[in-house]
Design a protein around this ligand. Structure first.
Ligand code: SAH
Length: 230
């Protein structure tokens, strides 16, 4: 099965049951809760989310909750992927940085929505699996192994940055790599409850707003020492 941004997969290419489950997921768990970005809804209706979870989790791939992907990590709840993707305000022209490739599902959504995607993952096995699922679907994203708290300086600046693991505060390097007019979306807080925050870089400084309470796996590695509060 191929999935290409330039040549979208025909519905007939996808198995019929996941197609029905995806439509239900988008209508009931995402659109009905207020996500209006049509490009985000279309991307999530077409992307085969079950390909990003281990085979034993296939039957719950479209459920309204996070799903384990191994190594103590989870693929985020569909609504949260949609909320974060739409909060980035992508129109297809952007260069995007993701921290925490995990299963590669959010990476895939971004690859459909933006011009180019860079993603950093700490766990080698997850990075390898995400790369191979994306390649099998004909989607392109640069995935590299490393500490996402450092960002991807060689490819900066980014029009959008999204964190899928929660630091206690936004790492300084990531704020440095955000372009003028750029948007950064991140869950902020320690273990337990966190706040989903959006930073918008305007001409007269950064504007910061809360998008609600969330629960993500904690960011590990250097984030704990290189953070600043903005
Ligand atoms: N977006 C992913 C969610 C994965 S969970 C998905 O859709 O599946 C968060 C991921 O962040 C995990 O894979 C974890 O290994 C990774 N992570 C945690 N701390 C990190 C860090 N400092 N740098 C890069 N990745 C990190």
């Amino acid at each position: 099965m191929r999935f290409s941004r330039k040549r979208p997969a025909r519905t007939a290419d996808l198995e019929s049951r996941p197609t029905a489950l995806r439509k239900l997921m988008v209508d009931r768990d995402i659109a009905a809760r207020g996500v209006r970005d049509r490009r985000v809804l279309a991307a999530m209706e077409r992307l085969p989310r079950h390909c990003f979870v281990p085979a034993v989790e296939h039957q719950v791939a479209y459920a309204d909750n996070p799903v384990p992907i191994g190594f103590g990590q989870t693929i985020s709840q569909p609504y949260i992927v949609a909320l974060m993707s739409s909060a980035l305000g992508l129109d297809g022209t952007e260069k995007v940085l993701e921290i925490g490739s995990g299963s590669g599902y959010q990476t895939a959504v971004l690859a459909v929505l933006a011009q180019s995607v860079y993603s950093v993952e700490l766990v080698p096995e997850l990075a390898a699996r995400a790369r191979s699922v994306l390649a099998a679907l004909g989607l392109h994203a640069e995935i590299r192994l490393g500490d996402g708290a450092l960002g991807w300086p060689e490819a900066a600046p980014f029009d959008a940055i999204v964190l899928t693991a929660a630091p206690v505060a936004i790492p300084a390097a990531l704020l440095e790599q955000l372009a003028p007019g750029g948007r950064l979306v991140a869950p902020i807080g320690g273990d337990g409850a966190q706040e989903l925050v959006r930073v918008v870089r305007g001409v007269d400084g950064d504007r910061r707003e809360s998008l609600g309470r969330v629960r993500f796996v904690p960011m590990r590695g250097g984030a704990l020492t290189s953070e600043v509060r903005h």
